[in-house]
Design a protein around this ligand. Structure first.
Ligand code: F6R
Length: 241
């Protein structure tokens, strides 16, 4: 696992955007795995700037997001579909039909998860997966558990995740209790992974991910086994290394 310590969040975001831009230039029909949350917002801003400068073209790019809240409609401002439209998609020339996010309103969640995996497979697999990390070490919404959940599945969110994500909702009881998330196997199948983390609230999880044992109790620790995983962190997130 390559570890890159960036001076600050701005530098981290620029470095991540540079890696993604290089991927797109090298392969214009790249398949990207994307994350939501606070961490990648700066990266998306830099990608939008690179697009506006004419340096990258998203017209042949496909994207698959890690997750979506269960029971939340795409036009709900708390949905991850909404987040992606606001922070990236509406600012670039990606084709709407090339942006995939699990359907939070699916009646048959098992079928939705199966089809999501099939879509990734039909697209040729994910070339570059962008990840954040939860304070409890989750990636996607793969929460600490006693096994590495494999494919896309319906998850019960951890109380710590509900609490952490309540900042995006009017109150903690409005945070959905479940989500559809790509699994550890789906994430590990990506040809290349970059995980971003900033701020001291992530320092413990970052330490455990890099230096701790590989265990489903700290889901991100599985990235130690990925041959092409890079972790880009700011100095606060690197504080315990
Ligand atoms: C988001 C996701 C989550 C977040 C993680 C960190 O799609 O899958 O794993 O990456 O919860 O969230 P932030 O960046 O808000 O600290």
């Amino acid at each position: 696992m390559e570890v890159i310590i960036a001076k600050d969040y701005e530098t981290l975001s620029r470095q991540a955007a540079t890696i993604i831009a290089a991927q797109i230039i090298g392969r214009p029909d790249s398949v990207l795995g994307l994350a939501t949350g606070s961490t990648p917002v700066g990266t998306y801003k830099h990608l939008v700037a690179l697009y506006r400068e004419g340096i990258i073209d998203f017209s042949r790019v496909k994207t698959f997001n890690l997750d979506e809240y269960y029971g939340v409609a795409p036009d709900n401002p708390c949905s991850y579909r909404w987040f992606m439209e606001e922070n990236l998609f509406k600012h670039i020339n990606i084709l709407p039909e090339n942006t995939y996010i699990p359907n939070g309103l699916a009646q048959d969640t098992a079928a939705e998860c199966r089809e999501y995996e099939e879509k990734i497979h039909r697209a040729g697999g994910i070339d570059l997966q962008l990840l954040g990390i939860g304070g409890n070490g989750h990636i996607g919404f793969n929460e600490p558990s006693d096994n590495f959940q494999s494919a896309t599945h319906l998850v019960d969110l951890d109380p710590q995740t509900i609490e952490a994500n309540s900042r995006f909702f009017a109150s903690p009881d409005q945070v959905p209790r479940q989500a559809l998330s790509m699994g550890i196997k789906s994430i590990m199948a990506a040809r290349r992974i970059i995980l971003l983390a900033n701020g001291k609230a992530k320092a413990r999880a970052v330490y455990e991910m890099i230096r701790g044992p590989i265990t489903p109790e700290l889901p991100a620790s599985v990235l130690q086994l990925h041959p092409q995983a890079a972790v880009i962190i700011d100095q606060e997130a690197a504080a315990l290394l």
